[in-house]
Design a protein around this ligand. Structure first.
Ligand code: ADP
Length: 517
């Protein structure tokens, strides 16, 4: 308590911080799961100051180390770091400080621990504890595996008397189990905070014109608010920021392609000023601690629920009502599957990516409460929140078996009769009986399935295809995102398996109004 007050200037611990701090000070190992903003840092910083020796903090966030160390120094904590951005002189100076006990905290990039020289250095000093930040990076089945983290498995053997505290903001039960086994933390005490962020309203809407949909949201609900808009690509970050600025909204771009000075300037403006919208790739946000971010909007589908949860978690740290809004469509599924197919690494790695994407899609397509679904994913129970989009306007489901059969039959006919594969756009045009240039060119108006789907609108057909992809009743392949059947498609085609679908909402009138004006 004395350290908490004197050094950090806080009166009380939050949540389970005190128990964790006491446990680690007493020399116990700990696994801490706490959502972003929950206050994980104090859980190792306070014990490091109380126990004798230097607290060694392993963190993958090399870009943030300088900031973290500066912030600690401003509080009078003797902190330093070792990573690849330093020149040998700087490194030697920090090493000397470590050895002479002039440090309270030493931040280390994980790859440092693969070098015998670093291990020998650590042998020669006195270590008060090891803190393993972002511990989910050690889990191969996690969403953010980093091979360098595997080197951490030896810490317990090499320094059995030094307490270890592993911390993460995202871990499913499977990932948690893998952290425990890889880091040898079977005897560690687990501290699992609730992952619920009750003040965040989760909303996931079908994508038709994402920038206009976003603008409608900002104008209707977040005029003058600070917020973050995530896009997948740098180009789309630039386009979206431009669009917002032209629409009278103060917005700044942030991505790895900008020069470091511009990036730093945009980041500090976002932190300092009120009502700025940061349009960014996921490179933005790590370690950003701005309490009054009122909304986080995703214009593209995140790759995993873990990523989505971490990104949306940057909203509403002050506890006030905030919005997590995501728009996603058929093209997102096609694009993400394509990225996975083309990704480096072995089959197991691709399967892992696919499993994470499927979990994300299941969240998007769920008819359940979004919050309940999210908490369930992280192994926690909740009940319907009454505040997310599915609670506020429960989606209608409908028997989409016949519609699914029509889509699948079209894919089958193209393949069997024409030896062709096409993407969703052509399949939908065929179902709707549209004589487009591409339909005429390929003679697709003579297929028996031509025009058999006039009962649904185009957006509805795209919704059907998207949901079939999400349910893995259909798959995409190749650079052009052509549709193919899956092992499960046969059961649907033979009428052995019903397909329930969410009804596509009518396009929002608001989005249409701004579209026209
Ligand atoms: P995390 O690492 O879990 O995302 P941080 O450790 O960065 O969270 O803490 C988030 C914010 O909460 C920081 O601004 C921190 O200073 C503040 N904080 C943490 N613990 C306390 C506390 N006991 N009292 C007041 N503020 C706290």
């Amino acid at each position: 308590m004395e350290v908490l007050r004197r050094v950090f200037g806080y009166d009380t611990f939050r949540g389970e911080q005190q128990e964790i701090v006491e446990h680690v000070i007493a020399g116990g190992d700990a696994l801490v799961l706490m959502p972003t903003g929950g206050g994980k840092s104090l859980c190792y910083q306070v014990p490091a100051l109380v126990r004798e020796g230097v607290g060694v903090v392993v963190s993958p966030l090399i870009a943030l180390m300088q900031d973290q160390v500066d912030a600690l120094r401003a509080l009078g904590v003797r902190a330093g770091f070792l990573n690849s951005t330093q020149d040998p002189d700087e490194r030697r100076m920090v090493e000397a400080e470590f050895l002479s006990g002039e440090l309270d905290l030493l931040y280390l990039a994980p790859e440092r621990l693969r070098s015998e020289a670093t291990l020998r250095l650590l042998d020669r000093g006195t270590i008060s504890l090891f803190a393993i930040d972002e511990a989910h990076c050690v889990a191969q089945w996690g969403h953010d595996f980093r091979p360098d983290y595997l080197a951490l498995s030896t810490l317990g053997q090499r320094w059995p008397k030094v307490p270890r505290i592993a911390l993460t903001a995202t871990a499913t039960e499977a990932t948690r189990a893998e952290i425990v086994s890889r880091l040898g933390l079977a005897d560690a005490r687990s501290f699992v905070a609730s992952f619920d962020r009750p003040n965040i309203q989760y909303r996931i809407v079908p994508k038709n014109d994402p920038r206009k949909q976003l603008l409608a949201l900002l104008r209707a609900e977040h005029q003058g608010d600070s917020g973050i808009v995530y896009c997948l690509s740098r180009a789309s970050v630039e386009r979206t920021a431009d669009f917002l600025v032209r629409s009278g909204i103060e917005a700044l771009p942030y991505h790895a392609g900008l020069d470091p000075r511009t990036r730093a300037e945009h980041q500090s403006r976002f932190l300092r000023e009120d009502g700025l919208v940061m349009v960014a790739t996921i490179a933005f946000g790590m370690g950003i601690d701005k309490p009054d971010v009122r909304f986080v909007a995703h214009l593209d589908l995140p790759r995993s629920i873990e990523g989505y949860y971490q990104e949306t978690g940057r909203a509403g740290r002050d506890g006030l009502p905030s919005t997590a809004w995501l728009t996603y469509g058929l093209q997102d599924v096609v694009q993400q599957r394509k990225l996975i197919d083309g990704s480096e690494g072995d089959d197991a790695h691709r399967r892992r990516l696919a499993a994470h994407l499927d979990a994300m899609l299941a969240l998007c397509e769920t008819a359940r409460c979004r919050r309940e679904h999210l908490l369930d994913y992280f192994g926690q129970s909740g009940s319907s929140c009454g505040n997310c989009d599915t609670c506020l306007s429960p989606p209608e489901t409908w028997d989409g078996t016949v519609a699914a059969q029509k889509v699948m039959s079209t894919v089958v006919r193209l393949l069997r009769e024409r030896r062709q594969k096409f993407g969703a756009g052509q399949v939908v045009d065929i179902l709707l009986g549209r004589k487009t240039a591409k339909v005429i060119e390929h003679d697709h108006d003579t297929l028996s399935v031509f025009g058999i789907g006039t009962e649904l609108r185009e957006a509805e057909w795209r919704g059907v295809v998207r949901q079939l992809l999400a349910q893995q009743l259909l798959a995409v392949e190749g650079d052009y995102g052509t549709l193919v059947l899956t092992d499960a498609s046969g059961e649907v085609l033979r009428g052995q398996r019903p397909v329930m679908l969410r009804r596509e909402p009518e396009p929002a009138p608001r989005a249409r109004a701004t579209g026209a004006g």
